[in-house]
Each structure stands twice: as C-alpha cells, then as structure tokens.
Design a protein around this ligand. Structure first.
Ligand SMILES: O=C(O)CCCC[C@@H]1SC[C@@H]2NC(=O)N[C@@H]21
Length: 273
C-alpha cells in the first residue's frame, strides 16, 4: 500500500462556527452543528440527546472518539482529526417499515459527495460501506431511539497506512484524493444527505419513487457479485447477489434458493461471471 503524503501537521481542527454558518439556515434540515474535541461515541451522545427531545437535524461531530461504535458490535477508531466522525439525528415521519432505507440513503449521499469533491471512485458494499476498489473508506451505523434514528459515519481522511485498523481499509490521503479538507467534505456530505432525505420523505419512504433504489444500484459494488455473507449468529451464506428489495434488503441466489437478508457482513468473493 502506498504511503500517505500527509502528516499530523496537516490535520487542522474543524470550525464549528463555519459549519453552522454554512449549514444552519431557515428551511434547512440542519438545526445545529456541535463539534467536540473528544467523546466516547457521537452515536451514543445523540441517542441520549434524542431521548431528551433534541430536534431533527441535530449534528454532532467529534475530533476524537474514545469508544466509537461500528456495525455488528465492532469498534470504530481513528486518530484525532484524521477523519470525520459524526452523527445526525433524524425523526423521519415515514412508516417504520421503510426505515431500512435510511442507511442506504446515507451511503448513497455520502458516496456522491465524496466522489464529487475528492474525485475518487467510491462504490457501496451492502448495506452501507463506502469502498475504493475493495478497500473500506467509510462506514455508516444507524441506530433507532424511539421515533428517532441516529446515523453516524466514520470517514478516513488523512489516516496513514500504519493508522488504519486493517489492511482492508483505506483513506482519502492514501488514495491521493483531490480533497483532504474535512470542512468541505463534511458540508458536502450533509448537503447531499439533506437532498436525498427530502426526496425520500416527500415520497413517504418509497425508495422507488424517490429514485433511491436506482441510485443505490448504480453505486453498488455488491449486486451482481458472488458474495459470502456472515449472518447474525454463526451461519454463512454463499451465492450470487441479485438485487435489493423494497425494504433495502439484499437478495441472494444460493444454488437456486432465493434469500433476502436484512443484516449481515458481506465479503465479495469474485466478480460476477
Ligand atoms: O462500518 C461500520 O461498522 C460503521 C462505523 C460507524 C462509525 C461512526 S463514527 C461516528 C459514529 N459514532 C459511532 O460511535 N459510530 C459512528
């Protein structure tokens, strides 16, 4: 893996004031952006805030997380100011059955923003990992708290190879991306999330009508591939990923048997024949 060109000196802090000026406006989804130096987990903090009645559109960004949470009980870690670790609070007034699409919506929006600003080819591993090639650039974690949904994202920006949690991960610095400035990256992701979220809520959670299903499929690195899926528990399923259903679930053909998966850890085995 090539060395990153970036050092700790290239890790300036985020500006809370600038982010609020850019994002919090009349009619905007975003109601306030808070940047903290260090916390356990921005998802956990916003879950507490949601229980306390915090409004939709609350954004919490941490320069450092000491107990960042990942999908399937994993951890998410990155050195201070080397990535973007942030969460948003939504209170979607659409049927709960459609909420499965929220993480996919977030991944589509983030991929589009990063692609545009950083000029890298980002694709999505189901359900919501952002990949460059086969390496993970970012992950998304959604958690429900009563009628609220907290969605957190970790995006590797200037991490060096020795700072990555695994050989299967990467960062924008390592990929020699056109933008390594976290302020515009964060703004672009949140603006894109807002736009997709508006379309989706106006379509009452119908991903087809909102154009979300086709947008997800266009960015998918999983559909059409042979996959091995670690299901919750000890079960593994190997087969061909054939599509995404009405609920955002992955459809897999395993030796002629059709499966629909709502959760799981996907490994891309090899390209589709
Ligand atoms: O790929 C994954 O497993 C999801 C990772 C999500 C990490 C982010 S970082 C900000 C937010 N706060 C957390 O504790 N987790 C998410």
């Amino acid at each position: 893996m090539p060395e990153s060109r970036y050092s700790d000196l290239d890790r300036p802090p985020l500006s809370e004031a600038a982010l609020n000026r850019a994002l919090v406006r009349p009619g905007s989804l975003w109601t306030g952006v808070t940047v903290v130096d260090s916390t356990g987990s921005t998802n956990a903090d916003l879950a507490d805030a949601a229980r306390g009645g915090a409004p939709e559109g609350t954004v919490l960004v941490a320069e450092e997380q000491r107990a960042g949470r990942g999908r399937l009980g994993r951890a998410w870690s990155s050195p201070p100011r080397s990535g973007l670790t942030f969460s948003i609070l939504l209170r979607p007034g659409v049927p709960v059955a459609a909420h499965g699409w929220l993480t996919l919506l977030y991944a589509v929006a983030a991929a589009s923003a990063v692609r545009r600003l950083a000029e890298v080819d980002v694709r999505l591993k189901w359900p919501n990992d952002l990949l460059i090639g086969e390496r993970k650039l970012a992950g998304v974690l959604a958690e429900r708290v009563d009628d609220a949904v907290i969605i957190g994202m970790g995006l590797n920006v200037t991490l060096r190879p020795d700072e990555l949690p695994a050989e299967t991960a990467t960062s924008l610095g390592i990929e020699e991306a056109a933008c390594l400035d976290r302020d515009p990256l964060l703004r672009a992701v949140l603006r894109e999330v807002e736009s997709h979220y508006r379309d989706w809520t106006e379509a009452k959670g119908d991903a087809e009508a909102a154009g979300l299903r086709s947008a997800y499929l266009a960015s998918s690195a999983t559909v059409g591939r042979r996959v091995r899926v670690q299901l919750p528990g000890e079960t593994t399923l190997t087969g061909q990923a054939t599509g995404i259903d009405h609920f955002g679930h992955l459809q897999v053909d395993a030796a002629g048997e059709q499966y629909t998966l709502s959760a799981g850890d996907v490994v891309h085995v090899r390209p589709a024949a």
